[in-house]
Write a protein that binds this ligand. Structure first.
Ligand code: BEZ
Length: 213
């Protein structure tokens, strides 16, 4: 494994340009998905139970990602031939189509550049999810512990919310579109709300104003 300095990427940073080996051949990221969103999800190790369940859950909802102009790409430090064997075994055992690429980051080059290496177990990646927009900007980073599989529906919700936020220049509340207080309404920026309130254009507290999309 290469001993490059570990980088921590933050939301808003550019996805590092990297050529990767995958279960579907070589790709250059983020260029491969220019003009599209992509979700990169890393898993700790092939042929492990929670990771198996996650790959299958992502595969089962792949069409929903695609409808949001988004591709899926997995990543671990396992070798490409191990990925291929594991993916084929899962396809056969669970009758699922797993034809999205899974990066074989054998030298941990991309994992290090993204800050995805587990701090005390150098030989594995974290259970991380990174959403990247069509300009190659990292828009969301999420880490889950080794013991718990991710909820794929939340990744889809966050992707949808990011797109709605971008398209309408709005912010979205907790659990959107099913917020306990305001349903599928969106938030009004406090500065804008205060100004509109002073002109009596808006009722309610300036720090919690909402409207329909
Ligand atoms: C898993 O179940 O995903 C897992 C188990 C042990 C090590 C790494 C992953």
């Amino acid at each position: 494994m290469a001993k490059d300095k570990v980088t921590i990427r933050t939301i808003g940073s550019t996805f590092p340009k990297t050529e990767v080996k995958t279960s579907c051949g070589k790709l250059t990221l983020p260029d491969e998905y220019e003009g599209q969103w992509f979700v990169l999800f890393s898993h700790p190790a092939d042929y492990t139970p929670v990771c198996t369940s996650e790959l299958i859950s992502f595969a089962n909802r792949r069409e929903e990602f695609n409808r949001l102009n988004c591709e899926l790409i997995g990543l671990s430090l396992d070798e490409a031939h191990i990925h291929e064997e594991w993916l084929a075994d899962m396809e056969e055992k669970f009758e699922v189509n797993l034809d999205f690429p899974v990066i074989a980051d054998e030298e941990a080059e991309l994992a290090r550049r993204l800050g995805l290496i587990h701090q005390s177990e150098e030989a594995r990646t974290e259970r991380a999810t990174i959403i990247v927009d069509p300009e190659g900007t990292i828009r969301l980073i999420d880490f889950y512990p080794i013991e718990i599989g991710r909820r794929v529906g939340e990744v889809l919700r966050a992707l949808d919310a990011l797109q709605v936020s971008d398209e309408n220049d709005v912010t979205l509340p907790a659990n959107w579109p099913d917020n306990e207080l305001i349903g599928d309404d969106v938030m009004v920026d406090p500065d804008e709300a205060r100004e509109r309130d002073s002109k009596r254009q808006l009722h309610g507290d300036w720090w919690f104003c909402h409207r329909q999309l």
